[in-house]
Design a protein around this ligand. Structure first.
Ligand SMILES: Nc1ncnc2c1ncn2[C@@H]1O[C@H](COP(=O)(O)OP(=O)(O)O)[C@@H](O)[C@H]1O
Ligand SMILES: [Mg+2]
Length: 591
């Protein structure tokens, strides 16, 4: 392999004089500790290297060795249930809290291999070669073992069922060019190269998040992309964690990127203790955590989002639906800015390099619903938090991200200060694909979804305008019809949009319960408007006995108690009828 001699070092960046050929993006080993780095620029006689580990102690004169391949990670059955650093080196199960310098990405361990193909079979790229059982002492379910996307040919031999190391050959393939390729349960893939698929398919279903405001008002597609911008303390991390616990993805890849160690500690301590509500089994069994906190080397943070999305694609290729949560893409962009500054690049907007936008595009572009090489269907849905400085959404990371995501879940400081959670602002947020999901909701028994969604959004918009007016002229001076609009909007906010991440009953809301709640609120609006048209004053509607039960229905009626919504609806109808007939009696008496 090629050699270069270090001539200049500044933090994570070094220059080295070439003694042989290097290629761009080639992964390299630096110095006696073999620190991991990547060639980011090549001059006539020099290479510029970005080093992913702490460079203190390095000095000019030490050697840089090329790996002859781009920065790559090992993908295999050892991923699920584990915690890794930004370069996919195991943090859990190493007996140490720290990754040793120079350590390589590794899917460690032995596990059982059950072949699914035989000698003489034709192996297509990305096809299933067998199944990997769980490692000794682990409860992780069996996983498919895929041929690497760049291997195809005739199977020469397959290992007998038994215990093998993750990286031990279990299948020998004779390729078209006559060469033999050894295939193991795991394989290595370069992180900056999207894994190939048969084709991308248009999204048909939403990712069910269990959060009412998202599923009903601002849905993201399974295989879609969403951004969660929000100032400090507005609830980004709590929301991402709630999504990781409650969404209907098969596999969760949680990337803690550049946040402070203590924020990440919440995830690292809590996740291993959680139970998956769907299976009753530990949530970690279908989770991969990648932790790259602010105290870890900044250059590795830049690489961590590519590692995370490559891991997500690997599970997608097994025909699974994967949700990737990244907290936060702003810290990633800051790493990009810092490293770019060290290269001496000309800073652009906000000090970020000019390629910020295209890097964001490359990342979000990898979210998709696909037909896999193996013939199955899988998806990667990406949800990225953004922490704009001082909550200003016009800054570069937020504004560029907006160009690439379909769903925008804007967290609002005022709502968060009022402890209204999730603090997603219904007027600043949007979902471009929403209409596409009407058939999906209809199949869930909610044929009214699109109409009710529009009704709620109009109501919330009217509320904002009326409140502005009420601040000037006073709420009581508003006409009765507008007071009723405010009453309905408040109910939609209180009963529907507010959802505590810490309520046993309400932290995840099933589509069936969301549909029942939407229907009941739609019915309330319809009946209240009817009563108002018949002359009933808004304060009488607000004073109905069922109002409290309506406001608290999310907290009080669980997923398995859906008939109680019909009872509440019957009560609402009775009370509306009472106040309407009382009004008619009074009218008759006065007339
Ligand atoms: N959905 C929620 N339900 C209840 N409390 C929440 C919710 N979201 C946020 N909070 C409260 O707000 C605090 C800050 O949230 P956090 O997610 O850490 O903010 P950020 O990551 O945006 O800085 C949390 O510690 C919690 O008390
Ligand atoms: Mg946070």
């Amino acid at each position: 392999m090629s050699l270069a001699i270090v001539s200049w070092i500044a933090g994570p960046v070094l220059h080295a004089v070439k003694q042989g050929p290097f290629s761009l993006r080639e992964s390299v080993r630096v110095g006696p500790q073999a620190l991991l780095g990547e060639v980011v620029r090549i001059h006539d006689d020099q290479i510029v290297v970005q080093v992913y580990e702490d460079t203190s102690g390095l000095r000019p004169g030490i050697e840089v060795h090329g790996d002859g391949q781009p920065l790559a990670i090992r993908l295999g059955p050892g991923l699920l249930g584990n915690i890794f650093d930004g370069l996919l080196r195991p943090l859990s199960g190493t007996g140490s809290d720290f990754v040793q310098p120079g350590m390589r990405s590794a899917a460690a361990g032995h596990r059982r291999f059950e072949p699914r193909i035989g000698a003489g079979a034709l192996l297509a790229p990305g096809a299933v070669i067998g199944e990997a059982g769980s490692a000794a002492g682990s409860t992780i379910r069996a996983q498919l073992c895929l041929a690497p996307p760049d291997v195809s040919g005739v199977v020469e031999s397959v290992a007998a069922p038994g215990e093998y190391a993750d990286d031990e050959s279990v299948c020998v393939v004779r390729q078209g060019d006559g060469r033999l390729r050894q295939v193991a349960m795991s394989h290595v893939w370069p992180v900056r190269m999207p894994r190939p698929v048969l084709r991308r398919v248009p999204a048909l279903a939403p990712l069910v998040t269990g959060q009412r405001i998202l599923d009903c008002l601002f849905p993201v597609a399974q295989g879609g992309k969403a951004a969660i911008p929000g100032g400090f303390g507005t609830g980004k991390t709590v929301l991402l964690e709630a999504l990781a616990k409650g969404c209907n993805a098969d596999v969760i890849v949680y990337l803690g990127c550049g946040e402070r160690g203590n924020e990440m500690a919440g995830v690292l301590d809590e996740f291993p203790t959680l139970t998956d509500p769907r299976s009753g089994r530990p949530l970690m069994e279908r989770t991969v955590i990648i932790a790259n906190t602010s105290n870890m080397p900044v250059a590795a943070r830049e690489a961590s989002i590519y590692c995370a999305i490559t891991v997500a694609e690997y599970f997608r290729d097994q025909g699974l639906h994967v949700a990737l949560m990244a907290d936060s893409t702003s810290r990633w962009a800051e790493a990009l800015r810092e490293v770019s500054g060290r290269f001496g690049e000309l800073p652009g907007e906000g000090g970020y390099p000019a390629y910020l936008s295209s890097r964001l595009a490359d990342f979000y572009e990898r979210a998709a619903l696909v037909e896999t090489l193996g013939g199955g269907t899988g998806s990667v849905t990406v949800m990225g938090a953004i922490s704009p400085p001082s909550g200003d959404f016009s800054e570069p990371v937020t504004s560029h991200t907006k160009r690439y995501v379909k769903a925008f879940w804007a967290l609002d400081v005022k709502r968060a200060q009022a402890r209204f959670y999730p603090a997603i602002h219904p007027l600043q947020s949007y979902a471009e694909d929403a209409r596409e999901f009407a058939p999906w909701w209809a199949a869930q028994g909610n044929g009214q979804w699109l109409a009710l969604r529009r009704r709620f959004l109009t109501l919330l918009d009217e509320q904002a305008q009326l409140e502005r007016m009420a601040r000037i002229i006073g709420k009581d001076a508003l006409p009765a019809r507008q007071q009723l609009t405010l009453l309905c909007a408040e109910l939609v906010n209180e009963a529907f949009l507010r959802q505590s991440a810490f309520s046993e009953i309400d932290r995840v809301c099933s589509p069936a319960r969301q549909a029942a709640m939407m229907r009941l609120l739609g019915r309330f609006i319809e009946l209240a408007e009817g009563a108002q048209a018949a002359g009933v004053e808004p304060e009488r509607i607000a004073g109905m006995g069922c109002m409290r039960a309506l406001q608290r229905m999310g907290e009080e009626i669980a997923d398995h108690e859906l008939p109680r919504f019909a009872e509440l609806e019957a009560r609402l109808e009775r009370e509306i009828a009472q106040i309407t007939s009382a009004r008619e009696t009074r009218d008759a008496a006065h007339g």
